[in-house]
Design a protein around this ligand. Structure first.
Ligand SMILES: [Mn+2]
Length: 318
């Protein structure tokens, strides 16, 4: 880290409470307020790849609104995530709703621009299609990536309704394009309905091993985290978190909810067990606020993003 550079953290005006003022993510500065950003939170207001309930285009704003309560110190990692690295809120990518291929190109262009200037991207979705251009940008800089994918769904499916680009296919397309390290990818929390066992064969060919959500009932979470660490090895890691990995009781506001999921506590336990991995990028996606209640999903997503950016700060330090 550059010790001389002044790091600007969260807004800290005693006259303005956390619930007031414009909500950047965690009340962090914008890019034009800092010399250099080590990590940019970047909104993806897009849900044109959704197969079931639409609405994730409103996810980034919802997550920001619920990120006002994020604090500067992480009591488990004993670190200050906004001091270890300069984090900014880079706003939303300029994408429209009608042309998904064009939106994917724009996300790729914006993420690539940030990555080239040495800024890691933590994306707020938006539907899971956005992971493909984000992986393209990260892999261009770091080579094939070990992906840790928290999700109820495999997302290694092929064509749906004639489209190869949709929110259930990003990791299949990424594998085909050589963006993934096929020996080192890991799903966590899988449980959705499938049409048959061949879907799991396709999934293995896309480079993934899987941990199902029901394993959380009989296995210690430390052991699950250790299995993930062993699988991903020592190369660059990308962490993709579909909020529907959580049980609908913990995240009702999402497009394709699946029952019998994991809890926020279980998700955080596994994430915290990944400290020290070289995480080069990540996303928290599929937040659809129209189906949320009392901000449960917004809060879960904001805090999940905070856990992830804390990990990214720890990997920057090592
Ligand atoms: Mn997904």
């Amino acid at each position: 880290m550059n010790e001389e550079r002044e790091i600007i953290g969260q807004r800290d005006d005693p006259a303005v409470p956390r619930y007031a003022g414009i909500a950047t993510f965690a009340l962090l500065p914008r890019p034009d307020e800092v010399e250099h950003a080590d990590l940019a939170v970047l909104g993806m207001p897009l849900d044109s790849g959704t197969s079931f309930r639409p609405g994730a285009r409103f996810g980034p704003a919802h997550i920001r609104e619920h990120s006002r309560q994020l604090h500067p110190y992480h009591q488990v990692h004993e670190t200050y995530p906004f001091r270890d690295q300069q984090v900014v809120d880079a706003g939303d990518v300029a994408v429209g709703p009608y042309d998904l291929a064009q939106a994917v190109e724009r996300i790729h262009a914006e993420a690539s621009r940030l990555v080239r200037q040495g800024t890691k991207v933590l994306a707020l979705g938006g539907d899971h299609t956005v992971a493909l251009p984000l992986l393209r940008a990260a892999a261009a800089a770091h080579g094939p990536l070990a992906v840790i994918h928290f999700d109820a769904h495999l997302d290694t499916w092929d064509v749906l309704h004639g489209a190869s680009l949709w929110h259930g296919s990003p990791f299949r397309r990424a594998a085909e394009e050589g963006l993934l390290d096929l020996e080192h990818c890991q799903h966590v929390g899988i449980r959705s309905g499938v049409y048959g066992p061949d879907e799991f064969d396709d999934d293995r060919r896309a480079g993934f091993e899987l941990i199902r959500s029901d394993e959380f009932q009989r296995r210690p979470m430390e052991e699950i985290a250790e299995q993930v660490r062993r699988r991903v090895g020592s190369g660059p890691v990308y962490v993709s978190i579909d909020i529907d990995v959580l049980d609908p009781s913990h995240a009702p506001g999402t497009g394709t909810p699946e029952v019998a999921g994991i809890t926020t506590r279980e998700l955080f336990a596994v994430l915290r067990g990944l400290a020290g991995l070289p995480i080069v990028g990540g996303d928290v996606v599929e937040v659809a606020p129209a189906y949320d209640h009392a901000g449960i999903t917004g809060l879960a997503a904001a805090h999940t993003a905070w856990e992830l950016l804390t990990l990214m700060g720890l990997s920057a330090r090592t």
